[in-house]
Structures are given as structure tokens and as C-alpha cells.
Design a binder for this molecule. Structure first.
Ligand code: C5P
Length: 362
């Protein structure tokens, strides 16, 4: 009995001291699971080309219920700095792996989710270095970061992809924003939302909308200046993704060449939309996407999809972003389902990679 008591005391003692072993000599893993919701643009006006080469926008981002699922995990091991995957803008980086299922036809390091993790890490490291840097020895830097609470080591990002690539739904940008927010928490960077929004804007013009994480916002400037507003969208949404990749820089370049941009006047979307959202005839009159003429001229089949959306009862049909996804608003889920089935059959032969989805604003 005494022997048992002694063994139990020894076990308690060892367990207690095991808990106190510092993080640097052990590894611990944490993970965060998140959904990265897509967006549609309800109205997109390109006002003029700016001196920095970007275009001044006036658009409304609406979050929708279609999403990718991400699992972001880190294993903190204090001496795991890697030198084999160092991006040009950073001296040290944690090991980051990005796995997509199904796999994407791009290199891991070109994935915006990977770039987002690197950008946050570089930002936090620079700030940590500014505050704490005392030695040029990388091992010392490691200590400084863990003192600063930045325990980024081996980070794995696993993405279950639903959102089509390059379809105007902001799939890559939504993933990047989800990674920024998850890594900020996992690495204990402590960046506030304003800082994350600034980092997001360096990754892409619509990444800030996904960091802001609101149902609806007016986007101006490059699209990164955001003003959330209330808008209830009383429709079922059919998304038709034709499987045609539209390059955003190409779409802007063609638009700049062909349209009279300087005469364009911005519509007060956030003022009129709450009033006209229940009146489809006014939506059709006032809510335009300036990229439609450019994209329809080069890919007439996308204009045919718009016609088919209307033929199947859509109250309003329009393109999202620079395409190629077409969006249809329907009154009921039954109508939306029938339309989606019909369009899939109608374009099956011509667009073998086409996908359709039914969703709502979210
Ligand atoms: O910011 P993002 O990476 O989405 O931009 C991709 C390209 O689209 C830019 O390099 C630019 O050519 C074009 N663009 C633009 N004006 C904007 C947004 C994007 O000209 N407001």
C-alpha cells in the first residue's frame, strides 16, 4: 500500500514538472477551422485609371453562403526556422505548407493563402525585431520572437476547395483573409483589425473585404476602402461558373482602352440599394457591372448564360467581379433549383467545366 502511495506521489511530481518544461524544448500544436465565404459584386463601376496604374472603383461586396473550409494548424518548436522557403521580402520565415483539395494548378508559393501567412509573419517579425532585436544571430532572433509571443513554426494550411479559381467570387482572397485571421490568433501576433486590413490590402484589392467580415460593404478606391451598410437580399442566388478563366489585369486593360472612363459618374449604391432591392426592374436599370461588355464581347457564351438566367425566371442577372461567374436572383429555392438544372443541361456540351451553385447572401 505504501509502495503504491509512493509511486502515486512520484507520478504526481513528474507530471507537475513536465507541465513546467518551457515551450522551447517541446512542441505543442494548435489548430483553427474556419469557413472562407465568397462574395459577389452587386454593381461594379470602374471610374478612372489612377496614376499608380490601379483603377478607381465603386462597387458593393455582398458575402454569400458558398465557402471553402480551412484548417490552419501550427506546431510551435522554438528552433524550427527554415531557410529553404524564404520569400524575397523576408529574412526568416516559418515552415508553411498549403494543401488544397482538389489540388490547384498553381505552385504552393503562388497560393494567396501562402502569401498571406508570409506577409503576416514578415510584418510581425519586423515589428518584433524593431522592439526586441539585439543580436544578428538567428538563434537569438528565435528567442526574441518567442518572447514577443510570436511562436510561428511549422504551419499547415489545409483548404477544402469549393470556390472556383479566378471566377470573380474572391475565392483566393477569402482564403487569404481567413489565413491572416487564423495565423494572427495561432501565432499570438496581436494585430488589431486595422493592421490586418493594411496587410490584406498589400495582398489584393478585395482581401480587406474578407478581413472585415461583414455581410455587405461599399468598396471604393482600389476596392480596399470599405463602408459596411445594411442590405437584406431577399433572393435565392444561382451562381453559374462557366469554367472560363478571366484575367483581372486583362479585363481592366481592355476596359481602359475601350470605355470612356473619365465621364463615368459613381452611383450612390449604399443609398439606393436598400430602397430598390425589392424592385428587380430598378435593379436591372441602375445596377451595372462595367466589365460585362468587355467580357461578353470576348466570350459570347457568358452573355448567353445571362440570357438563359432570365429565360429561367431570374429577376436580376449579372456578372460578379471581372467574371466569369454569372449570378441570378430568384424568388424561391424551387425556381433556383430548376434554373440551375436547366442551365447545366443547356451548356453541358459547350462548357464541360461549368459548375452551378445555389446559395444565399450570408
Ligand atoms: O489588387 P489585385 O491583385 O486584385 O489586382 C490585380 C490587378 O487588377 C492589378 O494588378 C491591376 O492590374 C488590376 N486592378 C486595377 N484596379 C483595381 C484593382 C485591380 O487596375 N482597383
Amino acid at each position: 500500500m505504501q509502495l503504491l502511495l509512493l509511486l502515486w506521489l512520484l507520478f504526481e511530481y513528474l507530471a507537475h514538472y513536465a507541465m513546467m518544461i518551457p515551450m522551447g524544448s517541446m512542441s505543442s500544436s494548435h489548430s483553427i477551422s474556419v469557413y472562407a465565404y465568397a462574395k459577389i459584386n452587386l454593381g461594379l463601376e470602374v471610374l478612372f485609371k489612377r496614376a499608380d496604374g490601379f483603377h478607381e472603383l465603386n462597387t458593393v461586396f455582398v458575402r454569400i453562403s458558398l465557402a471553402d473550409a480551412l484548417v490552419v494548424s501550427t506546431v510551435s518548436v522554438a528552433s524550427s526556422f527554415s531557410s529553404d522557403k524564404i520569400p524575397s521580402n523576408s529574412k526568416y520565415t516559418p515552415d508553411i505548407s498549403v494543401q488544397c483539395s482538389p489540388a490547384l494548378p498553381i505552385a504552393e508559393t503562388d497560393n494567396l493563402a501562402y502569401k498571406a501567412a508570409c506577409a503576416l509573419y514578415s510584418f510581425c517579425m519586423t515589428n518584433s525585431v524593431k522592439k526586441n532585436y539585439v543580436s544578428s544571430d538567428p538563434e537569438d532572433l528565435t528567442m526574441e520572437y518567442s518572447h514577443a509571443g510570436l511562436r510561428a513554426s511549422r504551419t499547415s494550411i489545409v483548404i477544402s476547395k469549393t470556390l472556383p479559381l479566378g471566377g470573380g467570387l474572391g475565392g483566393g482572397s477569402a482564403n487569404a483573409a481567413a489565413v491572416l485571421r487564423a495565423c494572427n490568433e495561432l501565432w499570438q501576433c496581436g494585430c488589431d483589425q486595422a493592421t490586418l486590413l493594411r496587410i490584406a490590402a498589400t495582398l489584393g484589392s478585395d482581401v480587406p473585404f474578407f478581413v472585415l467580415d461583414v455581410p455587405c460593404a461599399l468598396g471604393t478606391s482600389r476596392g480596399e476602402v470599405l463602408q459596411p451598410f445594411d442590405l437584406h437580399i431577399p433572393y435565392w442566388i444561382v451562381l453559374v461558373c462557366p469554367g472560363i478563366h478571366i484575367s483581372t489585369p486583362w479585363a481592366y486593360a481592355v476596359l481602359s482602352r475601350t470605355a470612356e472612363l473619365s465621364t463615368r459618374k459613381a452611383t450612390a449604391f449604399s443609398q439606393i440599394l436598400p430602397d430598390i432591392i425589392h424592385q428587380p426592374e430598378l435593379l436591372r436599370e441602375y445596377i451595372v457591372n462595367d466589365f460585362e461588355p468587355v467580357v461578353f464581347a470576348h466570350h459570347p457564351v457568358i452573355a448567353n448564360i445571362r440570357d438563359c438566367l432570365y429565360a429561367t425566371g431570374a429577376l436580376f442577372a449579372f456578372m460578379s467581379g471581372s467574371g466569369s461567374t454569372m449570378v441570378g436572383f430568384y424568388s424561391t429555392v424551387e425556381e433556383a433549383t430548376q434554373a440551375s438544372n436547366h442551365i447545366r443541361c443547356a451548356f453541358d456540351a459547350e462548357l464541360p467545366d461549368m459548375q452551378t451553385f445555389i446559395c444565399t447572401a450570408a
